[in-house]
Design a protein around this ligand. Structure first.
Ligand SMILES: Nc1nc2c(ncn2[C@@H]2O[C@H](COP(=O)(O)OP(=O)(O)OP(=O)(O)O)[C@@H](O)[C@H]2O)c(=O)[nH]1
Ligand SMILES: [Mg+2]
Length: 193
């Protein structure tokens, strides 16, 4: 599917976060083109590395081994967002570096059952000076913390947007993206290349 004629401002956005937090789901929900995914079936070889039982994902059969990619044209047809899902596992970090190049900002998905797993990716984003917003993806058995508690547990800066979302729902995911875009624009120049 091609872009309509005309001048477009192309913006690269990362969708980041730990294993199984909903990155692929969010990009599928948001993209207006068929998404590119590189999910592979998880084998028993991953059992000691990607522990799904800990995160209530015993039924999860695949994981993203490189990137997810989707595209979204904002109303007005002038700004096109390119969404790059970045793998959550530590062993993919060198790949993550390449994907992050030139990004305007990052949407970090977190799960309140395992907030501690979010620090690694937030550190990488902060090291590059990329603006980011944090979206708590709501799973049925995740603790329903007040957002101020999540902010404090994640040690977020006061101006870092923090929202809840359901990655399966368009309006909810769009809302998270809009928070990030507004924050990235207000931090313009910081980390953008
Ligand atoms: N309840 C609920 N389930 C979700 C949500 N987002 C994703 N899921 C489910 O959680 C599981 C993992 O989602 P993925 O989108 O594959 O997560 P991921 O972050 O891409 O996973 P990796 O690529 O393996 O790191 C899937 O079974 C989704 O259907 C959500 O917002 N709410
Ligand atoms: Mg994925």
């Amino acid at each position: 599917m091609y872009l309509p004629e005309g001048d477009h401002q192309r913006v690269k956005i990362l969708v980041a976060g730990p294993l199984g937090v909903g990155k692929t789901t969010a990009i599928k929900t948001l993209s207006q083109i068929p998404t590119l995914h590189t999910d592979e079936v998880m084998t028993d070889a991953a059992a000691g590395t990607d522990d799904l039982s800990l995160i209530g994902l015993r039924d999860k059969k695949t994981t993203t081994v490189a990137i997810d990619f989707g595209r979204l044209t904002l109303p007005g047809d002038r700004v096109v967002l390119y969404l790059y899902g970045t793998p959550g596992q530590r062993r993919f970090l060198p790949l993550w570096e390449g994907i992050a190049f030139g990004a305007l900002g990052a949407l970090v998905l977190v799960d309140t059952r395992r907030l501690d797993e979010s620090f690694e990716v937030m550190d990488l984003i902060e090291e590059r000076g990329l603006p980011y917003a944090v979206a708590v993806n709501t799973f049925p058995d995740s603790p329903d913390y007040d957002l101020e508690i999540v902010r404090s547990k994640l040690d977020l800066a006061p101006d870092t947007p923090l929202i809840t979302c359901d990655a399966r729902e368009l309006n909810s995911s769009l809302n998270a993206l809009i928070e990030l875009t507004a924050h990235s624009i207000s931090s313009a120049g910081v980390g953008a290349s």
